[in-house]
Design a protein around this ligand. Sequence first.
Ligand SMILES: [Zn+2]
Ligand SMILES: [Zn+2]
Length: 141
Amino acid sequence: MAEHDIIDMMMHHGVKPTANRIMICGALDKAGRPLSMGELETALGSVDKSVISRTMALFRERHLVHTIHGGGDEMCYELCHSHADGEDEDTHIHFWCRNCGKTFCLENIPIPVVSLPAGYEEESSNYMVTGLCPDCRKKCN
Ligand SMILES: [Zn+2]
Ligand SMILES: [Zn+2]
């Protein structure tokens, strides 16, 4: 995304676009996949750790990012591409690579429909597949 698209997206979510926030949002966009706090820190070498965590808390509150649990028990942050206000509607399947520890978004494959037994009401679901990513598979073969 171009910087003005990032600013538009932040405004849309009611986040004031400061230089640091634009940089942090840009790093998530550039990665194109969910990043853990550690990966964010690496990507944003010049930004203070406490600034990153405060910014993530704000982004979450405004639904600019949502969090997913990576396969490695780490919380990952990803940009919310939902156009709906408020709720996180762009649920999709995630893939966690056990070799490199990266989490990927698999946006174009259908989400399995789970029929719950009577009496249960679904509020959220989390689809995480683990295994080897294409790069690691190549290296392992
Ligand atoms: Zn991998
Ligand atoms: Zn995702």
